[in-house]
Design a protein around this ligand. Structure first.
Ligand SMILES: C[S@@+](CC[C@H](N)C(=O)[O-])C[C@H]1O[C@@H](n2cnc3c(N)ncnc32)[C@H](O)[C@@H]1O
Length: 276
């Protein structure tokens, strides 16, 4: 059936509202137009009453079929924005979250104050932290991950964004020689016990990027211990809501001189900064 762009956008919002709340469905339909079809809001004002080619309608229908299963939009699209840059994402990588910018900004601030000349991003995933740090500083950047699939995507992102960073496979800081410089990480921190109640979209992301033993704290604590033992001047970690107090105690117990928790815009613990 013939359809204008305006009608297609409205029909899309209605189709998405079957499984999203109406506000989310409206916002997502606008994103699909902008990001997926490359049609800006101003283009829609000028051309929204034009007819949609059948090929475009078929494309949107195929996206709706995938999205209905719970697959996140970023995987359907194949990329996600972070710090204004397009990062390729696949089912091997976590989808970048906006709150991870807090970690990036804290790393820039602490690294400049400590005058570091290098840093390590542990659990790099699609490479957002390593690549942003390489683009925004003159530090030597190394990144690690256990997942070869994630590392391949991170290397591809670094090449397409013109960032210089070294990506190595291995656990935590194992593959990185000293001196380490600043250590930053957004490691898995979700408690596996919370799994049954999580959003269905999360089932599409790699479990190895989400969950950690010991109520989500195991990898964060292991990295704090390794970074301290290997004389990193600071370790900055994204953490989960409600984990701040316990992780501060553990960081101080491990021998860090100072441990501070920062909250995100929703008031949840989101960042742990441990300093020598
Ligand atoms: C929460 S994702 C974060 C990805 C990316 N840093 C970001 O912020 O979008 C965690 C990443 O840590 C990796 N990972 C899990 N355990 C690891 C370990 N022991 N050593 C290194 N990387 C690990 C996972 O493969 C995944 O890519």
């Amino acid at each position: 059936m013939a359809q204008t762009y305006h009608q297609l956008r409205l029909d899309l919002a209605t189709a998405l509202a079957v499984f999203l709340d109406p506000e989310e469905a409206h916002a997502e339909s606008l994103r699909w137009f902008e990001e997926g079809l490359d049609l800006s809001r101003s283009w829609m004002v000028a051309h929204g009453s034009e007819m949609v080619p059948a090929m475009v309608r078929r494309r949107v229908s195929a996206w709706v079929r995938r999205r209905r299963t719970g697959e996140p939009w970023a995987y359907i699209l194949g990329w996600s924005l972070f710090r204004g840059h397009r990062f390729k994402v696949t089912r091997d990588t976590l989808i970048p979250r906006p709150e991870t910018e807090l970690l990036l900004e804290a790393a820039l601030d602490v690294g400049r104050r400590l005058k570091v000349d290098r840093c390590v991003d542990v659990g790099t995933g699609s490479g957002i932290l390593a690549i942003s740090l390489a683009l925004e500083t003159d530090w030597r950047v190394t990144a690690t991950d256990l997942s070869p699939g994630a590392l391949a995507v991170a290397r591809e992102n670094a090449a397409s964004l013109g960032a210089e960073a070294t990506f190595v496979e291995g656990s935590l800081l194992d593959p990185v020689p000293e001196p380490l410089g600043l250590v930053v990480a957004n490691l898995p921190y979700v408690d596996p016990a919370d799994r049954p109640g999580l959003q269905r979209e999360l089932a599409f992301e790699p479990a190895s990027a989400l969950f950690a033993a010991d109520r989500g704290l195991a990898l964060t604590e292991a990295l704090l211990a390794q970074a301290r033992a290997r004389r990193a001047p600071a370790c900055l970690l994204e953490i989960g809501a409600g984990q701040g107090g316990e992780l501060c105690r553990r960081a101080l117990g491990i021998g860090w001189g100072k441990a501070m928790v920062h909250q995100d815009f929703a008031g949840h613990d989101r960042l742990l900064v441990a300093l020598g």
